[in-house]
Design a protein around this ligand. Sequence first.
Ligand code: SF4
Length: 194
Amino acid sequence: MAGEWQRSLRGCIVNDSGTHHRTPGLWSAPGGWPFTTKRGAGPAEGGTFLIEGIPVSCPTTSEYVSRSSYVLKEEDGQSQIFRDGKAICQADFIKRPKFYDRLTEEGIPYSKIALLHGKDCLATTIIQTCTYWPSSERCRFCGIELSHKNGQTIKVKTPDQLSEVALKAKELDSIEHVVLTTGTLQPPEKRYPT
Ligand code: SF4
């Protein structure tokens, strides 16, 4: 059973008790799970859930997902992945982390400073701008400046903000490791965007 999803899960339609979620928002499911339709770091348009305890990041909102043979459904409090109507494995949603409800002293939500990735990883983009973004050299998969434009994050995270959020995420949500990314900075003769 495990082999089937490991070989084939390239896209999954999310179907919540009969309601087809083609464009789920962040934590839109009853139990809450981290769909990343419009925000980085990391590839957008995917959802994360646990299959046999392994975090799986899977496309859930791209156009081709509607042609997937796989459907994730929650029935009677249990969520499973079905292929052609047949249940093939359990898929557990990741609960909304408690640190998302915290604010810094200046009133910035912790979730604008760092996010949960997978089941125990804290991830952030330290500088949310990229020198390639306004040009045709921008990487086509990347959404680095969209999440700032959408008000979902702040432009630059300070060391104090990052350490405050990391400590609380470890205390409240058992975060085990951290991923730091950043946009490409401008050449040394120019200052990076502020
Ligand atoms: S170089 Fe810039 S556009 Fe490309 S992935 Fe990095 S941040 Fe995104």
